[in-house]
Design a protein around this ligand. Structure first.
Ligand code: ADP
Ligand code: MG
Length: 238
């Protein structure tokens, strides 16, 4: 099944074209890493998929459904950002259930969902704490918990580990990989870190200047870079 299809996507901010005809077809269960230098358009692409920014041109389908004009909350996605944006006055439990509370989900169902997600992320012992009482890694887990309870077709991650120190970043990277292996939900993960891309991805989309330069599995990207940019950026021999 197709999890995400992007066709002929263009985004212009004023006179600047930030995305220049992007195409992507992603099958259900894949872990796609979108990698490229700062300013190349990664966040813009993710935000347009999420419905947070409008495309100038093009077409997007999520889980086989065309989503033009569909507001973010009605798209079958969940997004995790670099900054966690947890509600400081709420407990971890409250942060995770807030979306369900807003949608009027029954209390028993909320509790079951929290229990499932807390177990997956190993944060059962943190549920009654507030964000200020958590470490950076724990906060990022809670942010992931908030995304996970939505049980979406597609997870979008925008540099979720950039604020963590190097050691924790490697640990969390492996956790995200294990999480994907366990739940199998399709993931699109943005990073500017080549190692992160090579470790996590089933397929890598290398982006530069608003274009996807190459979309292939890590081995192919490394062995057969499509052009000089990909070769240099991904560190393969010229
Ligand atoms: P990345 O995430 O790869 O670092 P972005 O998608 O954030 O790149 O940005 C791509 C380009 O678009 C940058 O030059 C940025 O300054 C510009 N840009 C992003 N958002 C806006 C906006 N809302 N208005 C104008 N320019 C923007
Ligand atoms: Mg960005």
């Amino acid at each position: 099944m197709s999890a995400l299809s992007v066709e002929g996507l263009r985004v212009r901010f004023g006179s600047v074209e930030v995305l220049k005809s992007v195409d992507l077809a992603i099958e259900s269960g894949e872990f796609i890493v979108l990698v490229g230098p700062s300013g190349c358009g990664k966040s813009t692409l993710l935000n347009v998929i999420a419905g947070l920014e409008q495309a100038t041109e093009g077409r997007i389908e999520i889980g086989g459904r065309e989503v033009t004009g569909v507001p973010p909350k009605d798209r079958d996605i969940a997004m995790v950002f670099q900054t966690y944006a947890l509600y400081p006055a709420m407990t971890v439990r409250g942060n995770i259930t807030f979306g369900m509370e807003c949608r009027g989900v029954a209390k028993a169902e909320q509790q079951a969902a929290v229990a499932r997600v807390a177990k997956l992320l190993q944060i059962e012992h943190l549920l009654d704490r507030r964000p200020a009482q958590l470490s950076g890694g724990q906060r990022q887990r809670v942010a992931m918990g908030r995304a996970l309870v939505r049980d979406p077709v597609l997870f979008l991650f925008d540099e979720p580990l950039s604020n963590l120190d190097a050691k924790l970043r490697v640990e969390m990277r492996m956790e995200i990989k294990r999480l994907h292996q366990r739940i199998g939900t399709t993931m699109v993960y943005v990073t500017h870190d080549q190692v992160e891309a090579m470790t996590l991805a089933t397929r890598i989309a290398v982006m530069n200047g608003g274009h996807i330069q190459q979309f292939a599995d890590p081995q192919t990207i490394y062995d057969e870079p499509a052009n000089l940019f990909v070769a240099r950026f991904m560190g393969s021999p010229p």
